[in-house]
Design a protein around this ligand. Sequence first.
Ligand code: CS2
Length: 486
Amino acid sequence: MAQLSPLQLGSLRVGAAVLPAYERSRLATGIVHLGLGAFHRAHQALYTEAVIAAGDKRWGIVGVSLRDPRVAQVLAAQGHLYSVTERHGSEAHTRIVGALRGALYAPQDLPQVMAAIADPATAIVTSTVTEKGYSQNPATGDLDLADAGIRHDIAHPEAPQTTLGVLAAGIRRRAPGAPLSIVCCDNMAGNGDTLRKLLVQYAGQVDAGLARRIESDIGLPNSMVDRIVPAATPASLDEVAARLGLRDEAAIVCEPFTQWVIEDRFSSPRPAWEDAGAVLTSDVRPYQAMKLRLLNGTHSAIAYAGQLCGLDSVSDAMAHPLVGAFARRLMRDDLCATVAAPPGYDVPAYCGELLKRFGNPALAHRTQQIAMDGTQKVPVRWLPPLRESLAAGVQRPQLERALAAWLHYLDTGRSDSGVPLVISDPGAPKLVERLRSAGRAQDAVQAALAHAPVFGAEAWPAAFVARLAAHLSTLRQGGITALLST
Ligand code: CS2
């Protein structure tokens, strides 16, 4: 079967997909995106695609991969075209996206990456590099000066490897006065504020004038992004090929739902993303808290309980009597109570929608994918609601179960039936070392909670530690089934 490319568009199966309704050769590049994974291509790129289709040709995107050369290679071979198929149940709608004008692999194409960020026509940089991609010291919230990549970039600021290093070197090349905004699209509370702080701290290490310039000239709005976009699998690529009659090696299958809430704090022109359904607001924090706690917080619990139970996908986990019931109670009873509704929101109705989304049987959203990088995700998703509740004297029994399940998952590295689990989390070994340093559950929990990079420096209440230890004992004796049956 032929591969998707501009020349092959004519051989697409009739009616299989919506095509870019504009002439791609007339597009300028107005956006540089760092982190060219599936999420960006199925989210921000589609909002931008709609703005371009409505007639504003300034906003073509150049995407940059910092770690993996494959996406850029595949996209280049397809003339930067790719498809997004939205699926719920048996419904499927595919669109071919034309907004991407270039795909670069930073370690190889650094001069082009720098030139793209420096180009005065570039008014926006967006980023999805995952929580760990910002070189933050989780214990202090500041730039991690011990991080190997940051140490490299401080020593060689013109040959950077990290997100911050690449951004700073590109900005340094921009003509003074050329307006730029940076929109962080990763799942972190106050993501734009965090990126601003880290970028200024990094720039301060290499060029004090640059640090001042970033602080005074560049808008970094906070934003909340939402769309469930599972990593592609051989089966999802085959399914799309069968629909299109062409192979698309960059094909994405995701849910129909999409949401983007952005603070209107730009220091440059920007695409009219609101015309494509984005919400521009003065304060994104309530939207972020609602989404990070209810969606991502429940997701992580489903991931660890699911992995321990041998359940491969979120929809399988939701259909499991114990794991599904646990996820619903965690969301509705524990997490919901910690969330203040953003303007116009009915939080219980939002929860109902989330549960439908999690149940979507057409998405192979793997629990293993969500389980990745727990040492970065847990402090954002679970610990703030837990701390706040404990401080108010309120227990969150399901959240405590979730936390115990995560610790047990890291500790044993095996499912209940003994199958070895793939744990992908660079921050995990140090925590695991603590968990295994003590025999008794009480001591193991105490040692783990004292790991400040994940759990913070403030002590946890003794009664909470005892409850967590009791859960860990239950897990050690009877596995996740025993814990969720109590
Ligand atoms: C998930 C998110 O992998 C994960 O940690 O919780 O990627 C989630 O699917 C998105 O944030 C949904 O918007």
